[in-house]
Design a protein. Structure first.
Ligand SMILES: [Zn+2]
Ligand SMILES: [Zn+2]
Length: 192
């Protein structure tokens, strides 16, 4: 694993700026990997699947450190609005969920009161102990085969819109094979 400051440099590059969220995310992911005993997330990339529970600054940093990307199917998004992530070790089946403590923000604000808010928070998230910042839970995550990176399966066609569906995401309604949009889960509306 790289050092905190090496990760922060990388995070600033990938994310576009250094911010308190990057520092917190780097710390969160480093803790998760350390708990799983994964020392080199680049070398061991096929071993890790990460579930993130928010799409904010912190997410980019978690994905960077855990070396999990959406396009590699190793990053899963559960939109729960929580600063938390679960790291699954596919080799051992162990998984650990790390969540930022509700009190961590306040703790960070109080650590360097003389500094400007954002700068103080960044420094504090780098300095405070894991115990102050995070809660840790050992959990079990069942990752279905079709969710695993590298899954190969049949591609089916939605009988309504004709678009192809991968990874068993189709649903059968009244005997008709539909994509989730046609089955009613559409997040967009068609304009005429
Ligand atoms: Zn940011
Ligand atoms: Zn469809």
């Amino acid at each position: 694993m790289k050092t905190l400051s090496e990760y922060l440099d990388l995070a600033a590059q990938t994310h576009g700026h250094l911010c308190a969220g990057q520092v917190l995310g780097v710390r969160l992911a480093m803790l998760g990997l350390r708990e799983l005993g994964i020392d080199d997330p680049i070398e061991e990339r096929k071993r890790i699947v990460t579930y993130v529970e928010i799409d904010r600054c912190v997410t980019d940093a978690v994905a960077l450190v855990a070396n999990c990307r959406l396009g590699k199917r190793a990053l899963k998004f559960r939109d729960w609005g929580k600063v938390a992530a679960t790291f699954v070790d596919l080799k051992t089946g162990r998984a650990v969920r790390i969540a930022a403590k509700e009190s961590s923000k306040q703790a960070a604000r109080e650590k360097f009161p003389e500094l400007e808010k954002e700068v103080g928070q960044q420094k504090a998230y780098a300095a405070l102990s894991d115990d102050i910042l995070f809660d840790k839970q050992w959990v079990k995550v069942i990752v279905p085969p079709e969710d695993l990176p590298g899954f190969k399966g049949p591609r089916v066609i939605c009988v309504q819109c004709g678009e192809g569906i991968n990874f068993k995401r189709e649903v059968v309604v009244d005997g008709r094979t539909l994509c989730r949009a046609c089955a009613g889960e559409r997040y967009y509306q068609l304009l005429d």
